[in-house]
Design a protein around this ligand. Structure first.
Ligand code: NAD
Ligand code: TDX
Length: 334
């Protein structure tokens, strides 16, 4: 199979390529990535010499580039996006340009090149937020109710993907995943930010609404589910990928302090995120019953493995820490 992966120099996309090249060593993968602040060639170093791997530096929002990148491609997997809520509050425009317009331009190229499958990576956040005490979980057929510039751009992109399916018959699938953690995650996101602060013996900044919680998934579980959706999923369908493992900001902080053997006085409280969604939780009934997928990596064990990875790979994150903290210096959340 010939795949085009976009955003493959970022966190989940690079782990997807790593996973795929190992599992399907005969397949060919092209990675199209703009190399924004979040995309780095160092992240792809370990597989960059693989003879079945090609890298193109380019923007999914440029039709000429995407037409060339999709030539002879059977499957497109679109990970490329602006992905951080706190940045979207500072500059919503780039989120709309990359996540919405970029996705449309990539869809258009895939349509013109007769790509057999366009798989779009989306997020639980498109469904809006749940109350902390609510009993339900989001289902695939729930309406989109985004509340932040990031999740509005992801919801809008999903609508464009479905419009290409209904109007032009494009062979699309979409997956909505919960919060990922694992190696190569940019240290602006909560888990790598807290880990790298603790390695440096710094306090960890909890946003004021620290009972807000997320559903956590190890990145390889997400990527295995995407693999199954690509191979077995039905065109025109959306699939939710989650674990049911919910952790509040306080829980994450406490788990990491325990791993590092540090006292609770390492927690500090900083101003809340504007539009801070309280909670997301996905029902995974559909992917479990129709495609036979379920998550297998256990949270506590893989959180520890993730800590180990950051301890062993300072070369990777140390140069990024300044960029990540500069953002929070601006927002007063440092
Ligand atoms: P990331 O920010 O680590 O990586 C994004 C990658 O996309 C980077 O390599 C960047 O250079 C590239 N990129 C950005 N704009 C581009 C453009 N215009 N053209 C080409 N490449 C571009 O993000 P991530 O956490 O790996 O997220 C990947 C995808 O998964 C995103 O679509 C995100 O919305 C989705 N998602 C993420 C999570 C999570 O917890 N991280 C959960 C659910 C869904
Ligand atoms: O320093 C922090 N302190 C803190 O309390 C940071 C960075 C975050 N938080 C809180 C805010 C959230 O309640 O932690 C929680 C998680 O925040 P992020 O790591 O920024 O992730 P989130 O906003 O939930 O979005 C993530 O999951 C869904 C990804 O960044 C998205 O790309 C994905 O779609």
């Amino acid at each position: 199979m010939k795949l085009l992966v976009t955003g493959g120099a970022g966190f989940i996309g690079s782990n997807f390529i790593r996973y795929w090249l190992e599992k399907y060593p005969k397949d060919k993968i092209t990675n199209l990535d703009k190399l924004t602040y979040a995309g780095r060639l160092e992240t792809t170093e370990d597989f960059s010499k693989n003879k079945n791997y090609t890298f193109i530096k380019g923007d999914i929002g440029d039709l000429k580039t995407t037409l060339k990148a999709t030539e002879g491609i059977e499957v497109v997997v679109n990970f490329a996006a602006e992905s951080h809520n706190d940045r979207a509050i500072q500059d919503p425009g780039i989120f709309v340009r990359t996540n919405v317009l970029g996705t449309q331009i990539l869809l258009e190229a895939a349509k013109r090149q007769n790509v057999k499958r366009f798989h779009h990576i989306s997020t639980c956040e498109v469904f809006g937020e749940l109350e902390l005490n609510e009993k339900r979980a989001f289902k695939e057929e729930d309406p989109f109710r985004p509340r932040t510039p990031y999740n509005a751009s992801k919801a809008a992109a999903d609508h464009v993907v479905m419009a290409y399916y209904h109007t032009f018959g494009s062979p699309v699938t979409i997956s909505h995943c919960s919060n990922n953690y694992g190696p190569y995650q940019f240290p602006e996101k909560i888990i790598p930010r807290f880990i790298t602060n603790l390695i440096d013996n710094q306090k960890i900044p909890l946003y004021k609404s620290s009972q807000n919680r997320r559903e956590w998934i190890y990145v390889d579980d997400h990527n295995e589910a995407v693999d199954i959706v690509i191979r077995k999923g039905k065109v025109g369908e959306m699939y939710s990928i989650g674990t049911g493992v919910e952790k509040s900001v306080e829980d994450i902080a406490d788990s990491l302090l325990k791993i590092f053997g540090k006292p609770k006085s390492y927690k500090k409280y900083v101003p809340d995120r504007a539009g801070h969604d309280k909670r997301y939780l996905l029902s995974t009934k559909k992917i479990r019953s129709e495609l036979g997928w379920k998550a297998k990596y256990e949270f506590d064990a893989y959180l520890e493995k993730t800590v180990e990875w950051y301890k062993e790979n300072e070369w990777w994150w140390r140069p990024l820490k300044k960029e990540a903290e500069a953002l929070y210096a601006k927002t007063g959340q440092k």
